[in-house]
Design a protein around this ligand. Sequence first.
Ligand SMILES: C[S@@+](CC[C@H](N)C(=O)[O-])C[C@H]1O[C@@H](n2cnc3c(N)ncnc32)[C@H](O)[C@@H]1O
Length: 310
Amino acid sequence: MQTRDIFIEFNKRDRDEIKSRWKNARMACDKWLTTTINENVKSNERALIIGAGGCLDFSLGDFVDKFQSVTLVDLDKKSMKEAVEELTEEQRGKILIVEDDITGIVETKINELRNVFVEMGVEKLCKEVEKFRDGIPTKFKNSKSLQVPKDSKYDFVFVNSITTQLFMPVFMIGVFSTDEIKDEYINKINHIGKTTNQRLLISLFRTIHSALNKGGVVAISSDTFEFNQNNSEYFLKNYGSLEIISIAYMKNEKLIKDLQKIQIIGGLPFVRDAINKANGFKLIEYIATWFWAFNEKQKYTVVGFSYKKN
Ligand SMILES: C[S@@+](CC[C@H](N)C(=O)[O-])C[C@H]1O[C@@H](n2cnc3c(N)ncnc32)[C@H](O)[C@@H]1O
């Protein structure tokens, strides 16, 4: 199975069931997007949504109404098409669907690395990932939707819950899964995955910077803390419901400290660090947080925050 197929398989869902499960999260995300756009975006011509997928974690129609044209990009074309089919004719007329690996390098590389692992084992895999990480270009030149001509730059870019997916340890453990990887190499893999994800994020934000008009805004939603069977009980006992925790966490010092223990690679602090390294952005003060029950087992606090291009 190729990397793209893994995402397509992962995105396969009953849209109505997911819409109802994600209703509260979607409403919180919509509110954050609307406030961010209304208060910060000066020109509403062009918008780009990276990691649009099935567009189930925000309301695509409401988003499209705010802009003259909207580009959706994802590895999974089918899910984007399904989302667009639900819109009115006028809304559909404003949308461009781009099936692409936003980095232009990750998908091919993961496929290559899978072969390295199968043929040569985990040590060689680690070496090859390190080589890949150290050679990541400063900008993604092959990205179809981010390498735009001057007259079609974006006013708004929405990075839609994808920063935790850009080549994480979970890929090396999940995609190349064996017990050998899990036990013996876990610390090494964590380190390589984390640093590779970070290098990709820096390049991603540099590329987004070039694709934005001056004063343009990038908004990032990011699942940042993961609740699972092992940690939920502790948080429920100490702080009340996961919904309350997700909404209130920034106001409680002890909770902030406790949540750091269940922070996901590629979440808010990682993104903030990458954007600072990418240079040329100013943080917008308004930050929103909400609870997202992705499924019965995986539950997250999502953080929505944004930056303006200097
Ligand atoms: C967690 S999902 C976002 C949720 C999605 N907006 C929805 O409502 O279903 C992240 C998306 O990022 C996409 N993705 C992951 N890596 C990508 C890449 N390198 N380039 C483009 N899309 C990618 C996946 O296909 C997936 O649809």
